[in-house]
Write a protein that binds this ligand. Structure first.
Ligand SMILES: [Zn+2]
Ligand SMILES: [Zn+2]
Length: 656
């Protein structure tokens, strides 16, 4: 064996050993796992000993609270394990995993998912899509996971590949509509939209300050020099002003420090007409770096904000794993959301007694919404307690006019043989959403008993919990580091105070000062101290003579000068157009439209911030999919349009 091979073999052994070490802890490692499935607060029966957990396969599948549920207390040993597994599975899971015929499975799953209030059976939709990369199962995936934008997007691209443009558009629109109703997709999209807008404000404002400040640099350099000494050469004046502008950035304040310097430069030495736009750009920088970035990081931090809320979401989308159910059971004593998720799960596993008990406690609590009342009513309905069910539906309908609520009410009246009221409720449901009622009636024959439809927990309820993550400020500060890494960027108040101080100081410095200017026609300097410019004219003395014929300059010289000026403008025109297209704010500032220039700079930065040029903060969790990317693309297009409009309007302004 050569040395190289020996080394490779040794390395492989080490990697293997290290891998073993990292893969632990091992089942049977005793105390380390003994407290893992958290005890349920309401689990009256004694917990099995730690050792028993490892001999009972069901122990890892079913949290103790479930086994305490009474109605399905399984036997001992292997039989008990198998029984608890099947209790844990929801009706939808059982159907999906056990159905033989794939096409019938999709049709059945669609109806059962609707009945159980699974807004979108994401797990099945994703599995179908990942198993068929050619898109052949896209139609089926979008049916079982119709609330999943990713599935609708996959359907849109599959239809587009098949030449069905209108169908693709419909699927894409359905995906757009689902974006805000799907928890993960809405969080992913919020994080990226807020990041794009924050980027646009911070860097668009910065770009405007940079261009506006750079255009005032020459004047500022000359005027500061005039204050110090007449004999100062211009390169020294430029260095002096440059050092002043860079001062905050050199103290570690990054781009925000430079923005402060440029803001001061523009306000003190720039055209007074630019001042409102400069102050607006400063406000944009603050908005972008503080509240907007904060909103982006709250949406981003939501992904690992609250394990209980995330477990509740897993139950909602019918994908909760045993660990998540255990987490919910552990949190149930002081968390209404966990109790609600457990009630939903009990209903879906078919344990109506437990579901009824849990819903009854929730309905008496304070956080009651129509979906909760409706679902509680459905459990009562399924248990044959029609009067109580009708009362709950009516309570819910008093809070929200929903076709599903009136449909359920009609079902309950129908079972109670109150056909007049049934017809009224059904008509009410149809007047609210005819197509939905048609769809539900289509599912009806596949259910032996009446079809009462659960409502999903409103995504806002879960989102409100997740958007309150304690890790969000730290995340915001990490995201802010690219723009304002220093002490000034750390707090919104300090940042605002720094900007206000620079505004006040530079406006004070500019008071009573007559700035140097440059001839608009030939570019010659007209400083009231160093040169002798004509009063109240924006051109130099030479150009003024050519404009005002009465000065008696000979006609030949006048003509030659006009031609020279026009020729110069014509030569530079393509350069200016190119520059204003690829650089933000340049075109409109040259056209002396500062607010238009700021709008263009914000649009330019928005286009960059919403485009794939900026890498995703987190990968799309197979949720937003094509509709999510398309929404970001639309925002980027809006930014491009704003930039082009700014360039176009500034040119048309010049012509007129
Ligand atoms: Zn001139
Ligand atoms: Zn001067």
């Amino acid at each position: 064996m050569t040395d190289g091979r020996r080394f490779a073999a040794l390395a492989a052994v080490w990697v293997f050993v290290l891998g073993l070490g990292l893969a632990g802890p091992w089942p049977g490692a005793g105390p380390a796992r003994a407290d893992d499935p958290a005890p349920a607060p309401d689990a009256a029966p004694a917990e099995p000993a730690a050792g028993a957990l490892f001999t009972d396969p069901g122990a890892f599948v079913v949290p103790p609270a479930w086994r305490a549920g009474g109605s399905a207390a399984p036997g001992a040993g292997a039989a008990r394990g198998a029984a608890s597994r099947s209790i844990h599975r929801t009706a939808l899971e059982r159907l999906w995993l056990e159905a033989a015929d794939p096409e019938a499975r999709v049709a059945k799953a669609e109806g059962v998912a609707r009945q159980l209030g699974v807004a979108s059976y994401d797990a099945a939709g994703r599995a179908l899509l990942l198993a068929t990369p050619d898109g052949s199962a896209a139609e089926q995936a979008a049916r079982v996971a119709h609330g999943l934008p990713y599935a609708q997007g996959a359907l849109a691209s599959a239809r587009l590949r098949g030449g069905n443009v209108i169908g693709a558009g419909t699927a894409l629109l359905a995906g757009f509509a689902a974006l805000d109703r799907h928890l993960e997709a809405s969080l992913w999209l919020r994080a990226h939209l807020f990041r794009a807008v924050a980027f646009a404000c911070a860097w668009g404002g910065f770009a405007f300050l940079l261009v506006a400040g750079a255009s005032s640099l020459r004047r500022a350099a000359h005027d500061v020099g005039d204050v110090l000494s007449d004999e100062m050469p211009s390169w020294q004046r430029l260095l002096l002003v440059g050092a002043l502008v860079l001062l905050p950035a050199s103290f570690g304040q990054g781009a925000f420090g430079l923005a402060l310097g440029l803001l001061g430069l523009g306000l003190a030495a720039g055209d007074p007409k630019q001042r409102p736009a400069l102050i607006a750009a400063a406000v944009a920088c603050w908005l972008g770096a503080q509240p907007l970035l904060g909103a982006a990081s709250r949406a981003l931090a939501a992904f690992d904000a609250d394990p209980v809320a995330l477990a509740a979401w897993s139950v909602e989308s019918d994908a909760a794993h045993p660990g998540e159910l255990a987490r919910l059971a552990a949190a149930a004593s002081d968390d209404a959301l966990a109790r609600r998720a457990l009630a939903v799960h009990a209903r879906r596993t078919g344990d109506l007694a437990l579901a009824d008990e849990r819903y009854a406690a929730l309905v008496d609590g304070d956080a009651v919404d129509p979906a909760l009342l409706n679902n509680a009513g459905n459990v009562r309905f399924a248990r044959g307690r029609l009067d109580e069910a009708i009362e709950l539906y009516q309570d819910a309908a008093a809070q929200e006019r929903s076709a599903v609520l009136f449909f359920n009410l009609a079902q309950a009246y129908g079972s109670d043989i109150r056909s007049r009221e049934q017809d009224l409720a059904l008509a009410r449901a149809q007047s609210l959403d005819r197509s939905l009622v048609g769809e539900l009636t289509g599912f009806e024959p596949s259910f032996e008993t009446g079809l009462a439809v659960d409502l999903p927990t409103p995504p806002g309820v879960l989102r409100a919990r997740l958007l309150d993550a304690p890790s969000a400020p730290a995340l915001a500060s990490a995201l802010r580091d690219g723009f304002a890494p220093g002490a000034l960027g750390r707090s919104a108040l300090v940042m605002a105070l720094a900007l206000a101080a620079v505004v006040a100081a530079s406006l004070l410095a500019a008071r009573g000062h007559v700035p140097a200017r440059w001839c608009r026609q030939c570019g010659a300097r007209c400083c009231p101290r160093c040169d002798d410019p004509p009063e109240a004219l924006s051109v130099c003395r030479d150009c003024a003579r050519t404009v005002q014929r009465k000065d008696g300059v000979d006609a030949g010289r006048q003509g030659a000068r006009r031609v020279e000026v026009r020729e110069r403008a014509r030569r530079l025109l393509p350069l200016w157009i190119a520059a204003s297209l690829v650089l933000p704010a340049v075109g409109a500032l040259r056209g002396r439209r500062p607010l238009l220039a700021l709008a263009g700079a914000l649009g330019f930065a928005l286009a960059v911030g919403a485009s794939p040029l900026l890498p995703a903060l987190v990968p799309d969790p197979l949720a937003a999919g094509l509709p999510g990317r398309a929404a970001l693309g639309l925002v980027a297009g809006l930014g491009v349009a704003a930039h082009l409009a700014s360039v176009g309007l500034s040119r048309s302004g010049r012509r007129s």
